[in-house]
Write a protein that binds this ligand. Structure first.
Ligand code: NOJ
Length: 559
């Protein structure tokens, strides 16, 4: 028997940028409630809500100061309960973002922890003495710049923060802390949420030896071998399962930078009782250069195919894949993997969706993807809000590793704010997102790209997504079919099959702006076309089947 979420599609909401109901320029819970019918219309079944908890917003809610209260800017717990009830009434489930690798430094646990070495909460976090020369305990670099260690005058020790210094890491070795987290999770599940997307959950177990890290090009040292997929991570996840998840019907996905297929088998293996899915980063890291995403290079389709194929084959019959092109940390899918020039924007967006949604796994749609939103190019760093981009801009330009121009261009391509500009609802002021002043500028292309326009056009990308989402429910082959890659060496097309008994689902996608031909052994002219972004039926010439620029077809046939 399959699991309920295997033929569902998940939609990610980044609440700050989704819909503002009270004119303060910041998206909020009531704004989400207003738009639930829109999501119902799209056909998704699960909403992953990026953090809505109380937070000082150093990292837009990924720094939580109270796990059981709603962020003031987003509304109240009553608003939340109303949203949840309304979602459930519409048959939509809510998946919460669980950020438990770290809290905010304003969480009362940390406030107590830093008060004295004898504090009952001291060990809820990771405190170490300075080296004898006063330096931090290790040389590791933090994800958002600087050292991972912050010195605390009051008690003369350093605390660990793998992200910003306002995001101290929790100490998962501490049993009381773990049980407080489990209770909090149960409280949310008892309220009726459907599960959790677990933030950087493969970082919770640290190597207790705390060795020095290797020197990177950026001049910092890499501690990542000592905190990704650490020694006790599976024990902790199994304990979460046993103490919390086992008692509920949930959907869980672990966000995991630096995870490979073999590790993912352990995280998602059905018999292991850890997680349902992981988010790996292999495809979103394509083209990373010497300074990672800040020196982006060309990427090759053959590499993308290799990555997806490795994951499709690797988790087959063992675990389950999550499928995504984008999220709140990534650039917009069409700009990154498709073609955002006006004439190809929707066409390539539909092609990408076809390619992804037919793979084996659960697809995740990031807000705005269903209307084909694209990256934004602000001229000045002052228009950006993301601490990752801002810190990297200063750090890399100060060190002379990149010029300001190079850095702005890199942010245009890969910065996180590409995903965080407000959802474009209409061609009204501020894209209909707010009646006030938005917390971050709206993408100036909103008069052309918005929900109202997409809903008014029958052939829009919105209705294409809707069709894809519906198709998953109608054909068992989407869930069960075995994946097989065809034409692995071609740089222009991604062609694959899914096979279930005598049924075959054939997916053909053209990743270029050229007309191409694809040689196939099956007769596609007799097959049922399930979906296409082309205006005509597929044609065959001597060279094979023809795909127009960014064309995509999916066929169902019997062998
Ligand atoms: C991953 C989240 O997706 C990202 O937005 C956040 O900054 C880091 N984890 C830290 O919580």
């Amino acid at each position: 028997m399959g699991k309920w979420w295997q033929n569902s599609t998940v939609y990610q909401i980044y609440p700050r940028s989704f819909n503002d109901s009270n004119g303060d320029g910041i998206g909020d819970i009531n704004g989400i409630t207003e738009r639930l019918p829109y999501l119902k219309q799209l056909g998704i079944e699960v909403i992953w809500l990026s953090p809505v908890y109380q937070s000082p917003n150093d990292d837009n809610g990924y720094d939580i100061s109270d796990y059981e209260a709603i962020m003031d800017e987003f509304g109240t717990m009553e608003d939340y309960d109303r949203m949840l009830a309304e979602a459930n009434r519409l048959g939509l489930k809510i998946m919460m973002d669980l950020v438990v690798n770290h809290t905010s430094d304003e969480h009362h646990w940390f406030i107590e922890s830093r008060q004295s070495k004898a504090s009952e909460k001291r060990d809820y976090y990771i405190w170490h003495d300075p080296k004898t020369n006063g330096e931090p305990p290790t040389n590791w670099a933090a994800a958002f710049g600087g050292s991972v260690w912050e010195f605390d005058e009051a008690t003369g020790q350093y605390y660990l923060h793998l992200f910003s210094k306002k995001q101290p890491d929790l100490n998962w070795e501490n049993e009381n802390m773990r049980h407080d987290i489990y209770q909090m999770m149960r409280n949310w599940l008892d309220k009726g949420v459907a599960g959790f997307r677990m933030d950087v959950i493969n970082m919770i177990s640290k190597d207790p030896r705390y060795p020095e890290g290797e020197l990177l090009k950026t001049g910092y040292n890499d501690g990542s071998p000592y905190y990704f997929n650490g020694p006790k991570v599976h024990d902790f996840l199994q304990e979460i399962h046993q103490e919390v998840l086992a008692d509920y019907e949930t959907i869980t996905v672990g966000e995991m930078p630096n995870v490979n297929v073999d590790q993912a088998k352990l995280y998602t293996g059905e018999d292991r009782k850890e997680l349902d899915m992981v988010f790996h980063f292999d495809h979103v890291g394509l083209g990373d250069g010497e300074l990672g995403k800040w020196t982006p290079k060309e990427w090759k389709l053959t590499e993308l195919k290799k990555i997806f194929t490795r994951w499709q084959e690797g988790l087959d019959q063992v675990g389950w894949n999550s499928l995504y092109w984008s999220n709140h940390d990534q650039p917009r899918a069409i700009s990154r993997f498709g073609d955002d020039r006006a004439q190809y924007r929707e066409k390539s967006g539909k092609m990408l969706a076809t390619c992804l949604h037919m793979l084996k796994g659960t697809p995740y749609v990031f807000q705005g993807e269903e209307i084909g939103m694209t990256n934004v190019k602000f001229d000045s760093i002052d228009d950006y809000r993301d601490l990752e981009s801002i810190n990297a801009y200063h750090e890399l330009t100060d060190k002379g590793l990149l010029t300001e121009d190079e850095m702005i261009r890199a942010i245009h391509q890969r910065g996180r704010d590409n995903a965080r500009t407000p959802m474009q609802w209409s061609s009204e002021n501020h894209a209909g997102f707010t009646t006030g002043e938005p917390w971050i500028k709206v993408n100036p292309n909103y008069p052309d790209i918005n929900v109202k326009d997409a809903l008014a056009r029958e052939d829009s990308i919105f209705y294409y997504y809707k069709q894809l989402i519906e198709l998953r429910k109608q054909h068992e082959i989407f869930v069960k079919g075995r994946y097989q890659l065809l034409h692995p060496d071609r740089e222009d097309v991604y062609v694959y099959e899914r096979v279930l008994d005598d049924q075959v689902l054939v997916v053909l996608t053209n990743f270029t702006d050229q007309v191409v031909s694809v040689d196939m052994t099956v007769d596609l002219t007799k097959a049922t076309c399930l979906i296409t972004n082309e205006t005509e039926a597929i044609k065959q010439t001597e060279a094979g089947y023809t795909l127009q620029p960014y064309g995509a077809y999916a066929f169902l046939l019997k062998r």
